[in-house]
Design a protein. Structure first.
Length: 612
């Protein structure tokens, strides 16, 4: 797998052999660099121009990604030069040296003289690093699969993280699916020494709104930062861009067309399903920017063919169904000779583009009502209102009060499938007794309380830096691009674009209930009007509709759920109702539950082989 691999004091006398086992089969077209001693090893695996290894005075740095170095007015963009600069600067303090490292990266420094290891990832964790103490040593790699091949490493599935997956549809960091194995959190350093393992931030999001700066100057800085991000991302690679037809992907496609000096190549996915196909918006953007547009319509047969491979590409359960169309889009690009794709991920989480932000603002207005009035009058009255379908207005009033009375960030998950269905309805009693049901809430509260944001929108954005970007959207895209054989970069996550977002007043991100006001106003003269006005969608897969109508996909789901019965996690009677009744009643709602359970079982089948 692409990334940084290594260990210290884990394979005495067999370091080169064990390192090769960790790396496994490197993707076609990638390159590997390594350095080994009797008791240590370090390697990078990645696409050309995206990996580097540097050694000096018994210290080794392995670096991967798209980093650049900026210090004392000097900018270095070649990754070999960046690695050399980092190695030299970290002779004093690794953390201080990281202040000059920008872009997306995963980095490891092994100091064999002092018996120390430093690991770090970029601000949003575009790149993954997993680590564990093994015996008296320390091992790390881009996936749990890599660690499972270290002698003495025990891959024990953690039931608590199975529950986290069912709750979030992914395993939120810094945990992994395996007990005791951890991920480096976004913007953090992990240090291993004889004293143990320490974790600390090297970057924190600081929301410091500058109310004195005019819109015009902010717009100019924003446009310049975006263009700089695209220019750095394309480098000299054969580039293309994902194009869903939303504001983010359309912006990146348009900038690629402007800065590359040639006709940009864009790649879009469609679905022959009512309410899901967004291809027309992608075509609007393509025509507007004059791109060379490539399209592919994903079918249910495609899902059946690709899903085992897609699930197998993840080292832990991953339930985001849009991974499948992302894979087909990246594969289409690779077939057209593209070596690096540009993704638009990050704009929503930096500039306020998710619909739930506006919804939570509406709920937050309830908090302005005096607490005594809420508890003594409004909430008791709301509980007596009908919850059925007889009187829609009263039903909505009851639902509003029920949700608004929950505190943040728990209210964020008020539509969560497990919350709505009830844990005891879905989970086997013994499994439920083995886990902490409040752990997902506790994790969200910890992230919420760690935020420096004072405005509600800023605290929601900080939460989504972890739960949406680092844990969900970025792994979706990076893993699927790797599976397809292409590199990927995210210009929206260029450091100056991130930094500028932190200085915006709250109402520049969410003006009333108008999402991403500043972003859209800044690009109103650049993007087509229809793109500015459209609602967010992306590459959403019509899971429920296809599970109902396509027999092979439904059979795959039924076979997977039958396999899940024997694992002691989900109640058999719930699985029966889910497929036989609920899916046909509400395919959009219950189709998601079928999908995350189906992919969990497929991962178990794949995972048992990968960890063996």
């Amino acid at each position: 797998m692409i990334g940084v691999h290594g260990f210290l004091d884990c394979a005495a006398g067999r370091s080169r052999e064990v390192l090769a086992e960790m790396i496994g089969s490197a993707p076609t077209g990638s390159r590997t660099e390594s350095a080994c001693g009797d008791d240590h090893a370090l390697a990078t695996v990645g696409w050309p121009a995206c990996t580097a290894l540097a050694e000096r005075d018994r210290r080794i740095v392995a670096l991967c990604g798209h980093p650049y170095w900026e210090a004392d007015g000097v900018r270095e963009t070649g990754i070999a030069g960046v690695a050399a600069q980092l190695l030299a600067a970290s002779d004093g303090s690794f953390d201080e040296a990281l202040r000059n490292l920008h872009g997306d990266f995963a980095v490891a420094l092994v100091d064999t003289a002092r018996r120390r290891v430093f690991l770090a990832v970029d601000r949003m964790s575009v790149h993954n690093l997993v680590y564990a103490e093994v015996g008296h040593g320390f091992a790390f790699g881009p996936s749990t699969d890599a660690l499972s091949r270290i002698p003495g490493a025990t891959a024990e599935v953690d039931p608590q993280q199975i529950f986290s997956y069912l709750y979030f549809h992914m395993v939120p960091g810094p945990s992994t699916i395996y007990r005791g194995w951890r991920r480096v959190p976004p913007g953090h350093v992990v240090e291993f020494s004889r004293a143990g393992v320490g974790v600390r931030p090297h970057w924190r999001p600081q929301f410091e709104a500058d109310a004195g700066v005019r819109f015009a100057s902010r717009k100019q800085a924003f446009r310049a930062a975006l263009e700089s991000g695209v220019r750095l991302a394309i480098d000299e690679r054969r580039c293309g861009a994902f194009l869903s037809g939303g504001t983010d992907s359309s912006t990146i496609a348009g900038l690629l067309a402007g800065v590359s000096g040639e006709r940009a190549r864009t790649f879009s996915i469609g679905f022959d399903a009512a309410g899901y196909d967004e291809m027309e918006f992608a075509r609007v953007a393509s025509r507007h920017f004059g791109t060379e547009q490539h399209e592919y319509y994903v079918t249910p047969d495609d899902v059946v063919a690709a899903l085992p491979h897609v699930v197998g590409a993840y080292d832990q359960p991953f339930g985001n169904a849009s991974a499948v169309p992302t894979y087909y889009c990246a594969r289409l690009a690779r077939e057209q000779g593209v070596e690096r794709m540009l993704g638009g991920d990050g704009g929503d989480e930096l500039y306020g583009g998710n619909a739930r932000y506006a919804r939570q603002l509406v709920f937050a207005r309830y908090e302005r009502v005096p607490a005594a009035l809420r508890r003594a009058v409004i909430e008791p009255l709301a509980r007596r209102l009908p919850a059925g379908d007889r009187i829609a207005l009263l039903r909505k009033a009851r639902s509003y009060v029920e949700q608004a009375s929950q505190p943040m960030p728990e209210r964020y998950e008020s539509y969560n499938l497990l919350e709505r269905l009830g844990l005891a309805t879905v989970l086997e009693p013994d499994f439920l007794a083995s886990i902490e049901p409040d752990a997902p809430h506790r994790h969200m509260r910890e992230l919420w309380q760690a935020s420096s944001g004072e405005a509600l929108i800023d605290r929601m954005l900080a939460l989504d830096f972890h739960l949406t970007l680092a844990d969900n959207d970025l792994p979706k895209v990076t893993r699927m691009c790797e599976l397809a054989g292409v590199d990927v970069a995210f210009p929206m996550l260029h450091d100056p674009v991130i930094d500028l977002s932190m200085t915006l007043p709250a109402d520049y991100k969410l003006r009333g209930t108008q999402l991403r006001w500043f972003f859209k106003e800044s690009l109103r003269d650049f993007l087509p009007a229809r793109i500015i006005a459209k609602e967010k969608h992306g590459f959403g897969l019509p899971v429920g509709a296809w599970l109902r109508s396509h027999r092979p996909l439904r059979e795959m789901a039924s076979d997977s759920l039958a396999g899940l019965r024997g694992r002691g996690i989900v109640r058999a009677d719930f699985l029966d109702r889910l497929v036989d009744r609920h899916l046909d009643e509400h395919p959009g709602y219950y189709g998601v539950m079928v999908w995350i359970l189906m992919t969990l079982e497929l991962w178990f089948r794949r995972g048992s082989r990968a960890a063996s």
